[in-house]
Write a new protein. Sequence first.
Length: 251
Amino acid sequence: MKTPIFNTQKVSQLALTFLLVAGLTLASCNKKDDDAKPGGDNTPGTENPTPQLGAGTLVAINTQNTTSTPIGDITTTLGLGVAVFTSDSWASFTEAGTVKLNGSTLTKNSNNSYVFMPSMTDPLGIDLSGTIVWEVSGNGSTPAFSHTVQAPFPTVGAITSSTDVSKSGYTLTVSSITNADSVYFQVGDVLKALAGNSRSCQFTASELSGLGTGQSIIQVAPYKVSNAQYSGKTFYFINETTVSASANITN
């Protein structure tokens, strides 16, 4: 499938929004893969896994973008990172000192979330092709720790559904999903979670009714969750792979 060139910053910002939402809701081992139908039907009971509140969620994400060029399709992988910590059961984020993913320092935002995005000087972001290592210097209630993630990254195939999205109803589909605990499907700002073997997700007219028409983005993101304890606190580590495409929303 060929997808048009789209603005990297726009994709990265959507991924950030996606991750900050997902980071607080998918820190869960409540997988229902065995209850879902092979092939990814939107099976009742497989959506929105119950979160287990820990002291922090750290997300490494490989974002795959395919661009059509005169010499053929070129797929670029961008490495992103998001981390959030709490001391009050997620009423707010707390500072955790310096946070690094594979040696790259994440930027602390004013709300104490930590983010690494590609830039003009580092257009491909963090190299996540090998071992995933998180380093946290610690601050206040968050202890210092270094953690090597043992869980692998999930894989996701190309988006095979149309990039013309009708608000009367739409099914977002990818060619394959492997090694996932669960999968997030997104059309614009409408987000749904399904079991880890899901390759498609149905969006109803009611769910899409709040979207504006015109240019948007569709995205599928399988993820794998692991956790570890440091100083008696549980931290969740998420490896996530996304595939995105530009989309046109119509009535």
